[in-house]
Design a protein around this ligand. Structure first.
Ligand code: AMP
Ligand code: ZN
Length: 138
């Protein structure tokens, strides 16, 4: 029995209530093609349980998701012949999350694919960097 949110579209897709272009499925996850792909092969890892985002996933889900991302990246790279790969995961609106069911983007990258995911870099003084480190060191 999966933990679902009745109003969540990814719960319905992950559990097979809404059809999707599934490229992998196991007990815990479904991997589907993104409906509006950034590039050819853009896919999403969806846990079958509903978690809003990274802040809410269980350690068990967290422990399983990166091995699956790796397995998919290796397989997809072999099949698609892509030149690289981005694994992206957005949390909350400010970070670009639009569907509030935890998911991981699998994004094959091709030379000259016209995409640019590079964040703008800023310089920070040593003092500022030290202060940031001190505030978040665990
Ligand atoms: P994010 O911005 O990280 O929340 O990503 C949401 C992603 O889900 C976007 O890339 C959308 O194109 C994709 N998406 C939204 N609805 C569907 C759907 N019904 N089936 C497949 N992908 C979807
Ligand atoms: Zn959900």
């Amino acid at each position: 029995m999966t933990m679902r949110d009745e109003s969540c579209i990814f719960c319905k897709i992950a559990n097979g209530d809404i059809p999707s272009r599934t490229i992998y499925e196991d007990e815990d996850f479904r991997v589907i093609l993104d409906l509006a792909p950034a590039v050819k092969g853009h896919a999403l890892i969806l846990p079958k349980n509903h978690y809003r985002n990274l802040y809410e996933i269980t350690d068990d889900t967290a422990a399983k998701v990166l091995p699956l991302a790796k397995k998919m990246a290796v397989h997809m790279t072999e099949r698609l012949g892509c030149d690289g790969f981005n694994v992206i995961q957005n949390n909350n609106e400010v970070a670009g999350q639009t569907v509030f069911h935890f998911h991981v983007h699998l994004i094959p990258r091709y030379r000259d694919d016209g995409q640019n995911l590079v964040l703008e870099a800023h310089t920070m003084s040593d003092e500022e960097l030290d202060a940031v480190r001190d505030s978040i060191a665990l």
